[in-house]
Design a protein around this ligand. Structure first.
Ligand code: ADP
Ligand code: MG
Length: 262
């Protein structure tokens, strides 16, 4: 039995603008994530996906409701919940090895342990030969692999990934999707992955959570039961994709106030 590890309970978020207005980014959202789940969140741009993920990571406070991680409230960043951002967010003055070992170094682990652990995760993402390189010497795909290795090196329970492949070309993106599935299977992590690519969500997820246009709420949840590795040529893949794209189109139309009934 998979244990439930994240319980999002009626989490909403209001932001105050500099002009003193308030923007509701999220309506009360409830969602449960079980151990080893691979969840993809898809939704129109601006619907609050990043906000929800940041609240899950403890980087942002909810305006109401709460998030429980293994039964305790998330109020600040926790190293068991690792975040990977869209932009590579590597430190340019540190080598690849030192970027991957950064979290361990900050946790004051011994230098040799930091080095060995960093190498282990660089091997996992196929970049052990680039340990001494600097981020500017790497391609976008390689930098994102380093960011994933860095998150894994802290050995989080849960990886929270915010459009991690959004800036990559289509080919590199497909390669990294495959690699991420391997890492997920080998390390038994729980992953919550934000993407606006429906294709990517179907390739990766056990469950796809479709969000409404802002203020974000959950429009529907779809279990994806096709066996992995998933075949994009499978008619079921295309059918599911069309269904989710329809749901999103409805949302985009709603947010633009055209042809959608309340
Ligand atoms: P998504 O990731 O789905 O594109 P976001 O979570 O980034 O959406 O944003 C949701 C809404 O909240 C948007 O309207 C955005 O402008 C607003 N928002 C996000 N962060 C802030 C902030 N720090 N201050 C004010 N408004 C914000
Ligand atoms: Mg976002």
């Amino acid at each position: 039995m998979q244990e439930e590890i994240i319980d999002i309970k009626d989490v909403s978020k209001m932001f105050a603008t500099e002009q003193g207005l308030s923007i509701q980014a999220l309506e009360p959202v409830s969602l449960r994530v079980k151990e080893n789940d691979f969840i993809c969140l898809v939704g129109p741009s601006g619907c609050g996906k990043s906000t929800l993920l940041r609240i899950m990571a403890g980087l942002e406070q909810a305006s109401s409701g709460q998030i429980l991680y293994r039964g305790s409230m998330v109020t600040k960043p926790d190293k068991r919940l690792g975040m990977v951002f869209q932009e590579y967010s590597l430190l340019p003055w540190r080598t690849v090895l030192d970027n991957v070992g950064l979290g361990l170094e900050l946790a004051r682990k011994p230098a040799e342990y930091c080095r060995k652990t960093a190498i282990k995760y660089l091997e996992m993402v196929g970049l052990e030969n680039f340990a001494g390189s600097y981020p500017y010497e790497l391609s976008g795909g390689m930098r994102q692999r380093v960011a994933i290795a860095r998150a894994l090196a802290n050995d989080p329970d849960v990886l929270l990934m915010d459009e991690p492949f959004g800036a990559l070309d289509a080919h590199t993106r497909i390669i990294l999707q495959k690699e991420l599935l391997k890492v997920w299977e080998a390390n038994r992590k729980t992953i919550v992955f934000v993407t606006h690519s429906v294709d990517e969500a179907i390739y990766l997820a056990d469950r796809i959570v479709v969000m409404t246009a802002g203020p974000g709420n959950i429009k529907g949840q779809i279990d994806v039961s096709m066996p992995r590795p998933r075949d994009r040529a499978n008619p079921a893949y295309g059918k599911l994709s069309a269904r989710i794209l329809d749901m999103l189109e409805e949302e985009v139309a709603a947010s633009q106030g055209v042809g959608y009934k309340q």
